[in-house]
Design a protein around this ligand. Sequence first.
Ligand SMILES: C[S@@+](CC[C@H](N)C(=O)[O-])C[C@H]1O[C@@H](n2cnc3c(N)ncnc32)[C@H](O)[C@@H]1O
Length: 360
Amino acid sequence: MSENNPSDKPSGSPPSGESPRKRRVRYKGTHPRKFSEKYKEGRDAEINEKIIAKGGTPAGTHRPIMVDEIMKHLDPQPGKIYVDCTLGYGGHTSEILKRIQPNGKLISFDRDPIESAKTEARVREHVKPADGTWIVVHDNYSSLENQLKSHGITKIDGLLADLGLSSMQIDDPTRGFTFKQEGPLDLRMNPLEGEPASALLKSLTQEELQQILEENADEPRARWCAKAILDQQKKKPIETTTEFANAIKAWMKTLSPKTREQEGDTPIRRAMQALRIEVNQEFTSLDQLLEQIPRALNRNGRVAILSFHSGEDRRVKKSFQAMVRMGQYQSVSPDAERPSFEEQRSNTRSKSAKLRLAKR
Ligand SMILES: C[S@@+](CC[C@H](N)C(=O)[O-])C[C@H]1O[C@@H](n2cnc3c(N)ncnc32)[C@H](O)[C@@H]1O
């Protein structure tokens, strides 16, 4: 979306006294390739339609997943109170807001202060929630109960968590979430908190990195992958996404041609995912959230959790099953629901989604 692009300003001379405006980035060829060149995406309806028709997501935006299934389960009603743990681009939040007015309340969390500030401004402008209807909390969803208490809320009627990253975070190379473009190896959802992934790498032993690759991303060759990354780290500390990807690509040359062909970029993706989960302590936050949800919900309150890889889904499934055994949930969906074939085709980023539902 254009808000991500500081160079996306109208051309022309600035009035005297103002700093000179930056020119738009000119790109070679017929199509922009870099994020900074895709300044029309997200704001030009015709371009967006073409990208969406091909199953893509316009740069700097995010397409919400399984909206109908989630709304059907949560069934947001006027006057009731809901939590969206993961505001992102605001797709699900907007749908809930439209349904709960008048007199409803929605509390939307996001730990990313950069994207959530932009989303808040955009949703306030487009959805125009009534005063007091919508509270945006720039915090980790693991602080659920504390935040509800500080806003004078004792119980809620429904909660959604759409886990992982938003497309805007992935698209912006300065955040370091993609190896497809050069950027700092950062990977923090909140860049004002903790240490970037490049700093974490400096402190890890091979055994520790191996464990992170195994536990956070099920990397089957974790020992060798960890060794390759730390061997490169000893030669020259890894600071960028490309250097990180190149260390893994160099190791992959030692694999058989058949394995290399079968795996493609997957080992790099898995290693980025594993580091990201570690840097953001994602499993700890999720475990803390899952434990708090039943206490926060009213009787008959609903929960919907969308996850995108096995480590997340395993946690949600186990927590829901344990809560049923303890009498905390009346019912949980027996299996994870998947996006319809149509949605998977029309939004390729929805393909790995799994939705689990529960009722207090
Ligand atoms: C998949 S996106 C959500 C997209 C959103 N449902 C929409 O419709 O645009 C996930 C969002 O959750 C946020 N997030 C991830 N873990 C979080 C946590 N522990 N606490 C708060 N926000 C978190 C990320 O910063 C990201 O913006």
